[in-house]
Design a protein around this ligand. Structure first.
Ligand code: NAD
Length: 291
């Protein structure tokens, strides 16, 4: 079994990006600039946002963190996004999800102009992805593709089973893996909460991607020997023995599944780090497209 190490793979992507930023700076050009909006103070969101800002600084990107109170109205948030849309010094805009319940997330996603939508959630960018046109690939599926590429994992002709059909992970992942491209050409099955024979379908997977948000849902009995297992899930599970009072759990019961696999991602240290690499690549792309 080989561990798909998000730390090593994301470091390699970030090193490449840093070289490109150094070159821009050497040519007296400004670096790419990411604006991140966080609404309220959800603990997990705070952690993600802090990590995005830190990673920007590590590779020489500029970042601006905009903190808004959870009582902000939908219209005020749309207005804040509009200001960033028209600010020519900002290349990418990201609104950290989830948002407070009184704000319609879809409306916010659509408020970001597609050219600055580095999360790739805008319907225009999602549509381009479906048609195989150049676009921003949502950061988590993009990160998984970068991980497959880093480890030169051959996907052609394999059966990929994806558990979860969200717009940010499962659905775009299914499009990428079924596309006619080097790390695609899979036969893809997408499963969801109404799939009746999930266990049997998982057993047929050469590549299994778990993105359902249920800790340790995928057990050893669901794994075909030699499968490649990608665990997207991140859930905070209470654990009084840790300093923070919780522990991060993936959707895969790692200890029992790992011995069955050819490759597997750990949680933490797998897909999460690659997601940031995907976001940084999208931000550079947004910057370069504008030049
Ligand atoms: P979501 O809640 O939007 O979607 C979950 C999907 O799982 C749904 O399509 C649902 O139909 C399916 N599902 C739920 N229960 C199921 C069951 N019993 N059997 C089969 N399918 C089932 O979640 P999401 O936003 O796609 O995120 C999924 C997980 O991935 C979460 O734990 C989230 O925190 C994590 N996540 C991680 C990263 C990362 O960077 N590693 C990024 C995004 C999301």
């Amino acid at each position: 079994m080989i561990l798909l190490d998000g730390k090593t793979a994301s470091h390699a992507v970030k090193e490449q990006l840093k070289l490109q930023v150094d070159l821009l700076k050497a040519n007296n050009k400004r670096p790419p600039h990411l604006a991140v909006i966080i609404v309220g103070n959800n603990g997990a969101s705070e952690t993600y946002v802090a990590s995005k800002v830190k990673n920007c600084s590590e590779i020489g990107f500029t970042s601006t963190l905009i903190r808004l109170d959870s009582s902000i109205s939908e219209n005020e948030l749309v207005h804040a996004i509009h200001e960033l849309n028209i600010n020519s010094s900002i290349d990418g805009i990201l609104v950290q999800l989830p948002l407070p319940k009184h704000i319609n997330e879809q409306k916010i996603i659509e408020a970001i102009i597609p050219e600055k939508d580095v999360d790739g959630f805008h319907p225009v960018n999602a549509g381009k992805l479906v048609q195989g046109l150049p676009t921003f690939i949502p950061a988590t599926p993009f990160g998984i593709m970068l991980l497959l590429e880093h480890y030169s994992i051959q996907t052609k002709g394999k059966h990929a089973v994806i558990i979860g059909r969200s717009n940010i992970v499962g659905r775009p992942m299914s499009i990428l893996l079924s596309s006619n491209q080097q790390y695609g050409n899979c036969t893809v099955t997408i499963c969801h909460s109404h799939t009746s024979n999930l266990h049997e379908i998982c057993l047929q997977a050469d590549i299994l991607i778990a993105a359902l948000g249920k800790p340790e849902f995928v057990k050893q009995s669901m794994i075909k020997p030699g499968a490649i297992v990608i665990d997207v899930g991140i859930t905070r599970v209470e654990d009084a023995s840790t300093k923070k009072g919780f522990r991060l759990k993936g959707d895969v019961a790692f200890d029992e599944v790992a011995p069955m696999c050819s490759y597997i991602t750990p949680v933490p240290g797998g897909v999460g780090l690659m997601t940031i690499a995907g976001l940084l690549k999208n931000t550079l792309q947004a910057y370069l497209t504008k030049q």
